[in-house]
Design a protein around this ligand. Structure first.
Ligand SMILES: Cc1cc2nc3c(=O)[nH]c(=O)nc-3n(C[C@H](O)[C@H](O)[C@H](O)COP(=O)(O)OP(=O)(O)OC[C@H]3O[C@@H](n4cnc5c(N)ncnc54)[C@H](O)[C@@H]3O)c2cc1C
Length: 412
């Protein structure tokens, strides 16, 4: 049999976590192989942030820790070692300027996720990382003080240590099919049950289809079930052909799914004018209606609502949209206010895990040393990225987690 090349390190999975781990180990002059089942790297990066890649957030360390909830503290060392400003410098030093937008979300100025992947590709080359494409790791075995990685139809790879960075189990088309969880489990690790994290929600009402793709900015949403309610901050919601998505919905989806566990349906109310109290809204409507007495209601509503929403809004109102401003009664005006403050939908469920932005659950953090990302069960085995249990709200936190844990694991 052909003699096998012994690597210092084999990194499995070329997502942000694996790529950064391989780059870092390469910078430390290790002989590294990065193994990827696809024919290219960073497929999920390319679809992140709707193709613009919200790669981190300018929030403080405390905010990052809080965003990851019960797993926040586990990530403290990783963030401390390689945080948002380090990541921003990493890209700036390599010629990619970044910008921060609403809520501190950081994007490349090109607005193209491809620019992020291009920098990473160049950096892998610069650090002489051996990248193997079209290579799906089937199993990892501990052997002679190192590891043997098996493939379906290729010769095995041997390495002194291994970083598993195969991502979660969502958006499987990108290559993240949960392989790493099975490998980790066979090596003795506990996998916290997988569930969809940050997932779009389905509605009973089919009128959402008419609004597919429409984003409502600066709105507030409330989810209500028997005796419980969840109120969001002011932010953005997007209509889809099956229901609702967008940052506000995704970030609360986990809690809504818990509510759905106890209730067959949850009501979603959209406050289209969270900045205006009912009385202020009434004043504004009075002004519009008296100022445009001879204008049809559907046209007056244009000053209040996005154009695409007007038909659905009028259908819900059950007021003739042709009616003139000066014919709208007090009762009708009140019903317009009610609808502005609570356009209502019925949530019936969530999309499956494959359609989630991130995977909840994964390798138990109790079995990983947070100072190194090394397994507490198998010395020489490390974990990075989404395959580790825990995730944060949207806003660039999850990609930063992948880059930070990858960097830390690759530094050992
Ligand atoms: C639509 C969408 C948009 C998102 N937008 C954002 C955003 O804007 N900001 C943000 O912070 N987060 C975002 N996320 C989440 C973010 O993309 C992930 O958290 C992040 O990519 C996880 O990185 P990772 O390296 O751990 O895993 P992944 O990016 O999933 O990479 C894992 C890699 O491992 C490879 N692999 C898997 N199994 C094997 C195997 N057996 N052998 C070899 N290779 C294997 C896969 O092909 C893949 O390339 C988004 C997610 C989705 C789905």
């Amino acid at each position: 049999m052909k003699s096998l090349l012994l690597y210092d390190l084999a990194v499995v999975g070329a997502g942000p976590a694996g790529i950064m781990a391989a780059i870092r180990a390469g910078q430390l002059k290790k002989n590294v192989v990065l193994i990827e089942r696809n024919n290219s790297i960073g497929k999920k990066i390319l679809i992140s942030g709707r193709g613009r890649c919200n790669l981190t957030n300018i929030a403080s360390l405390d905010v990052f820790i809080e965003k990851f909830g019960r797993q926040g503290n586990f990530l403290r060392s990783a963030f401390f070692t390689f945080f948002n400003h380090d990541l921003i410098d990493f890209f700036k030093d390599r010629g990619l300027e970044l910008k921060s937008e609403r809520q501190g979300r950081v994007f490349p100025v090109t607005d193209k996720a491809r620019s992020v992947v291009d920098v990473l590709t160049a950096c892998l080359r610069e650090n002489k990382v051996d990248v193997r494409y079209n290579s799906r790791v089937k199993g990892v075995e501990k052997k002679d003080g190192g590891f043997c990685l098996d493939f379906e139809s290729q010769p095995p790879v041997v390495a002194k240590s291994v970083i598993l960075a195969t991502g979660g189990a969502s958006f499987k088309v990108t290559g993240s099919t949960g392989d790493g969880f099975r490998v980790a489990e066979r090596l003795g690790h506990t996998i916290i049950p997988l569930k969809p994290g940050l997932v779009p929600l389905k509605t009973k009402e089919s009128w959402v289809k008419e609004l597919q793709g429409l984003s409502l900015r600066n709105i507030r949403i409330t989810f209500r079930a028997t005796r419980k309610k969840i109120v969001s901050d002011v932010g953005e919601l997007m209509f889809t052909h099956f229901g609702v998505s967008g940052p506000l919905v995704l970030d609360l989806s986990g809690r809504v799914m818990l509510l759905l566990g106890d209730n067959p349906e949850v009501i979603l109310e959209i406050d289209l004018k969270p900045g205006l109290e009912r009385a202020q809204l009434e004043k504004r409507l009075l002004r519009e209606f008296s100022g445009q007495g001879n204008t049809q209601l559907k046209n007056i509503l244009k000053s209040l609502l996005p154009q695409r929403l007007i038909k659905v809004f009028s259908d819900q109102l059950k007021i003739d949209p042709q009616k003139k401003g000066n014919q709208v009664t007090l009762e009708e005006r009140r019903s317009i206010i009610d609808l502005c403050k609570g356009l209502s939908l019925t949530i019936t469920g969530a999309l499956p895990i494959d359609k989630a932005m991130v995977t909840g659950g994964g390798v138990s953090t109790k079995e990983i040393d947070p100072r190194t990302m090394q397994s507490r069960i198998v010395p020489g085995l490390y974990f990075a990225g989404e395959m580790i249990d825990g995730f944060a709200a949207s806003g660039g936190y999850n990609l930063q987690q992948a880059f930070s844990t990858g960097y830390l694991a690759g530094s050992q």
